[in-house]
Design a protein around this ligand. Structure first.
Ligand code: SAH
Length: 215
């Protein structure tokens, strides 16, 4: 799918007007085509609209402005090792791959991992490592991380994930009941503990324990 210059301008304008102002995040979002992450069907035509859309396994690709705001809140630096829990379509991981040194992305549905892996390969995003696993346990083998982003809603910031943050590390996670509006929380790990910022309200699918039934 090829974006027209006008579609691209409108896409970036919508992001800015919703508060995505970080120039590194905007240029990452300019360079990754969201249309690639929406497989077929009628929805591909809506790829550049600021709305979540359905993907396989009953999951969703997040709204572009939310992807932008979460990427911005994460304050990713070019040397950072990032963990994403909830690969879904792979769109958020692709944006992060332009901002970080390396992105580990974990997903519980085998089909989504396979499709996202193929896409990362096709788009030459070689610093993304997709992994089939229950991300609620994080990724102990690769911990600690500079940044952790959870793109599914947890009832509390998961303790196992907090423990896998470096000192000075940042985690962004939607917190709350899955069928209600949730709060997007930024947690910063300090020498003495954790600091919490409540950023905005969001709506995500739930963080579910165990692997998906398609595995
Ligand atoms: N970041 C995605 C959107 C995520 S939707 C994107 O850019 O498209 C949330 C995803 O989290 C779903 O694909 C869901 O299967 C996954 N998920 C939920 N609980 C999980 C868990 N415990 N471990 C790994 N992935 C999980």
């Amino acid at each position: 799918m090829i974006r027209s210059a006008e579609e691209k301008m409108q896409f970036l304008f919508a992001l800015r007007s919703k508060g995505v102002t970080d120039s590194r995040v905007l240029s990452a979002m300019e360079s990754i085509d969201r249309g690639d992450f929406i497989r077929g069907g009628v929805f591909v035509q809506r790829a550049y609209e600021d709305m979540p859309l359905p993907i396989a396994c009953g999951q969703t690709i997040s709204q572009p402005s939310v992807v932008g705001l979460m990427s911005q809140a994460l304050r990713v630096g070019p040397r950072d090792k990032v963990l994403e829990v909830g690969t879904g379509s792979g769109y958020q991981a692709a944006i992060l791959s332009k901002l970080a040194r390396r992105v580990y992305t974990v997903e519980r549905h085998k089909r989504l991992v396979k499709e996202a892996s193929e896409l990362f390969h096709k788009l030459d995003l070689s610093n993304i490592i997709p992994i089939l696993a229950d991300g609620s346990h994080g990724l102990p083998d690769q911990a600690p991380f500079d940044r952790i982003i959870v793109t599914a809603a947890a009832e509390d910031p998961p303790g196992t994930l907090l423990a896998q943050l470096k000192i000075g590390g940042i985690m962004v996670v939607p917190v709350g009941q899955s069928d209600a509006v949730q709060s997007l929380i930024r947690v910063t790990r300090t020498e003495d503990g954790y600091e919490y910022d409540d950023l905005r309200s969001v709506r995500f699918v739930p963080l579910v324990e165990g692997l998906g039934r398609d595995t």
